[in-house]
Design a protein around this ligand. Structure first.
Ligand SMILES: [Fe+2]
Ligand SMILES: [Fe+2]
Length: 186
């Protein structure tokens, strides 16, 4: 089933708001590690699981569909877009790496603290920069395209996959993450 692309853009913006909240939580954990405190690694693990099962598996593929449409229909608005699919792959790669590291720590393996700090802060920085560029530049190009002519997009493959933290009532697998959200959201 096709979706109005304007609805999809609203969902993508909502995802960004949610991802920013999660990245702020992750940044707090990085700060605790940098101050030599022991962060809540179970929470760290839930964050990384969330990032791999929702943003990497649903948000970025939906964006790829709409960016492809922009390239096809409005080459005049599509300058400097070729690197985007690679950035999505890089975000997934960095996230997978971090998820493996935190799971190794929970399993009792020795992972160098400096390496965790380095990997997690580059992940946070990379993803924040990517989202800021999308919001400030790319999303407004898509708005221009849709104002000129509204389109429908086929994202049916992803449409029924709910955000496991922000859209489901209670998902036991993300208990800590839910409990850590600011009160205004949870
Ligand atoms: Fe993206
Ligand atoms: Fe995005």
């Amino acid at each position: 089933m096709d979706t109005d692309a304007r609805e999809l853009m609203a969902e993508l913006r909502e995802d960004h708001r949610n991802m920013s909240i999660i990245l702020d939580l992750l940044a707090d954990l990085v700060e605790e590690m940098a101050e030599d405190e022991d962060p809540d690694f179970e929470l760290f693990d839930e964050i990384m699981r969330y990032m791999t099962v929702y943003p990497d598996a649903v948000h970025h593929p939906k964006e790829d569909v709409v960016y492809e449409q922009l390239r096809e229909r409005r080459p005049d608005l599509s300058e400097d877009l070729n690197h985007v699919p690679d950035e999505h792959l890089e975000i997934a790669r960095l996230g997978g790496l971090l998820r493996d590291e935190v799971e190794a720590i929970i399993a009792g393996a020795a992972v160098r603290r400096e390496k965790m700090i380095e990997d997690s802060s580059s992940y946070v920085t990379y993803l924040r920069r990517h989202m800021r560029w999308e919001e400030e530049d790319l999303f407004s190009r898509i708005d221009l395209m849709l104002e000129a002519e509204p389109y429908r997009v086929d994202v049916s493959e992803y449409q029924n996959i709910k955000d496991p933290v922000f859209e489901l009532e209670v998902e036991a697998a993300f208990k800590r993450l839910l409990a850590s959200l600011p009160n205004t959201i949870a």
